[in-house]
Design a protein around this ligand. Structure first.
Ligand SMILES: NC(=O)c1ccc[n+]([C@@H]2O[C@H](COP(=O)([O-])OP(=O)(O)OC[C@H]3O[C@@H](n4cnc5c(N)ncnc54)[C@H](O)[C@@H]3O)[C@@H](O)[C@H]2O)c1
Length: 343
């Protein structure tokens, strides 16, 4: 099935069905101007086939911009495997990922998968065995993602709030897992004041005690009075209902797909809140995968991840006072794609 969403050239949705292996999946290839489509494989239940396609396409589009802005030689892609709600282990899981690997191999390298929600390095090894190109370094990308989010946050605090560093800046982190926990450490080391929440309340309380912050219930974190709200748990947390309740000046975090819809950025700006696009701030993970695939040194990788901060400062300058960083980022992304198409 071909879809045409906008002037980009290469949208394609591949639907995969292999009843013997229990596989129903969608591979969405967005714009491939800059290179093969790179994006993770997400496995979760979907209410309808259309919902699976829509999520794959939306996430693939974000990957196009993530790579374009991070100056990586990849297009945007994402795939989703429709889970039936039952845990899938052992031989059945292997069979499913073998079938998925066959579908990926048939794209002839146009789609490069990696891990995402509910898929693992072991699953990706099975996909690779079937002849598919797969990117997933054995090393955990999370510390690099956190480092990039920290660089983005620091730059936004400087560019938008006119504060030289995070000293005395109050940061509310939603979810202190692999990325959020490391982000909290970086913020604390920079003199930031932490408010933390996690569905695992003990995790948030222990980290808050260690770093000198405060833990609050998850129901309160988004509306806590703070300078920066940093979502680092789940998608689409900034909804039309949440916007009027926010008491922050910046939203800058790690969670993919933070905004619940295309109108939310404008609603935030109308309240004087600047949103740092998630795909700009959290690009440390994909930069890490690229660095490992290319054999970069850690020094080179660190430089590339820290450059996320410079990118955010550029976006702030381009957007102007009270301007949208989302619009600025999309303009940049499209310019990069246009330049790539002409190259
Ligand atoms: N890991 C990476 O390198 C990477 C890269 C890019 C984007 N991201 C995004 O960053 C986010 C965090 O990823 P992670 O790897 O740290 O995941 P993780 O599973 O290690 O951590 C998520 C944490 O959030 C908590 N949580 C879940 N639901 C919550 C809720 N409703 N309220 C508060 N806390 C909640 C979990 O208990 C957990 O501690 C995700 O949205 C992910 O898509 C991660």
């Amino acid at each position: 099935m071909e879809t045409h969403l906008d002037p980009f050239t290469s949208h394609q949705v591949i639907t995969v069905s292999d009843p013997d292996a229990g596989l129903r999946a969608v591979i969405a290839l967005d714009d491939l101007t800059l290179g093969p489509g790179f994006g993770g494989v997400r496995m979760r239940p979907y209410p309808t086939p259309a919902a699976a396609i829509e999520e794959a396409q939306r996430l693939a589009r974000a990957m196009t911009f993530k790579h374009a802005l991070a100056e990586l030689p990849y297009g945007g892609a994402k795939s989703v495997i429709v889970a039936d709600g039952r845990g899938l282990e052992g031989d059945a899981r292997r069979r499913l990922f073998e079938a998925f690997g066959d579908a990926v191999a048939r794209t002839n390298g146009r789609y490069i998968p990696g891990v995402d929600m509910a898929t693992t390095l072991a699953d990706m090894s099975v996909v690779r065995e079937r002849g598919a190109t797969v990117y997933c370094a054995d090393a955990d990308p999370s510390p690099w993602t956190a480092r990039g989010v920290y660089a983005a946050m620091r730059a936004a605090v400087r560019g938008v709030l006119d504060s030289p560093d995070l000293s005395g800046v109050r940061v509310a982190v939603q979810g202190v897992g692999a990325v959020g926990g490391e982000l909290a450490r970086l913020v604390a080391a920079d003199g930031g004041e932490l408010v933390l929440a996690d569905v695992d309340a003990n995790r948030a309380e222990t980290l808050a005690a260690e770093l000198g912050g405060r833990a609050v219930p998850t129901s309160e974190i988004a509306t806590t009075e703070c300078d920066v709200f940093a979502p680092a748990a789940i998608a689409r947390v900034v909804t039309a209902d949440v916007v009027p309740q926010l008491r922050c000046r910046l939203v800058a975090g790690a969670a993919n797909d933070t905004l619940d819809g295309p109108d939310i950025d404008a609603a935030l700006l109308a309240r004087g809140i600047t949103f740092v696009p998630d795909y700009v701030a959290n690009a440390g993970g994909v930069i890490h995968e690229h660095a490992r695939a290319m054999g970069w040194t850690d020094e080179r990788l660190a430089e590339a991840v820290d450059a996320i901060g410079d990118r955010v400062l550029d976006l702030v300058a381009e957007a102007g006072p009270g301007g949208s960083l989302v619009d600025a980022a999309e303009r940049r992304g499209r310019a990069r794609l246009a330049a790539g198409a002409g190259a």
